[in-house]
Design a protein around this ligand. Structure first.
Ligand code: ADP
Length: 184
């Protein structure tokens, strides 16, 4: 279980779980949101190009996102595994990931779905206070999740591991780890 994707609605706690899981599993945590935010913070050309998408809660165009992720996956630390957080976020991105892995003779081991109700995630995000966390943008991100990202649950049905994402952080990490162990 070294090539993993974490999916779940914005606010499901993917980032927090991804940090803990990548530590326990010994694979790098690759978050597209973090990559974009660091480009924005460093004022790179990519950062300038994507900023308005993040501010509006819209998906960054696939060409930009896919290239950035493929470059990241080509770095040596990802050769033995990775935990993707926030990618893929639509079926087009999932096709690109599949093609990339197939080219390298690889495949995903599991896709972990963190399941949390929409009211719970919206409440969590409102209390978080990140720049793109105002209510309209949050609602929009949830809509994007439902229409663009949720279809991945079916796309990945053969490797999908669904975990209840409500509870203590450490408890949820343990649930994910034992669900993954149960698959091997
Ligand atoms: P959240 O899970 O709260 O939506 P993320 O940090 O995962 O936060 O993403 C923040 C923003 O970064 C998204 O709203 C979107 O604008 C952009 N983004 C992140 N991942 C992708 C992706 N795979 N494709 C397109 N845009 C993305």
């Amino acid at each position: 279980m070294r090539r993993l994707v974490l999916v779940g609605p914005p606010g499901a706690g993917k980032g927090t779980q991804a940090v803990a899981l990548s530590d326990k599993l010994g694979v790098p945590h690759i978050s597209t949101g973090d990559l974009f935010r660091s480009h924005i913070g460093d004022e790179t050309e990519l950062g300038r190009n994507v900023r308005h998408y993040l501010d509006a809660g819209k998906l960054v165009p696939d060409e930009i996102t896919n290239e950035m992720v493929k470059e990241r996956l080509d770095e040596p630390d990802a050769a033995d595994g990775f935990l993707l957080d926030g990618f893929p976020r639509n079926v087009g991105q999932a096709d690109v990931l599949r093609a990339f892995l197939t080219d390298h003779g690889l495949e995903l081991d599991a896709v972990v779905q963190l399941q949390v109700d929409e009211e719970v995630v919206v409440a969590r995000l409102l209390s978080r206070g990140r720049a793109d966390d105002n209510e309209d943008v949050i609602r929009h991100r949830q809509q994007v999740y439902r229409s663009e990202t949720a279809p991945l649950l079916d796309y990945y049905r053969d490797v999908l591991v669904t975990v209840d994402g409500v509870g203590e952080v450490g408890e949820i990490t343990d649930r994910v780890l034992s669900a993954l162990r149960a698959r091997t």
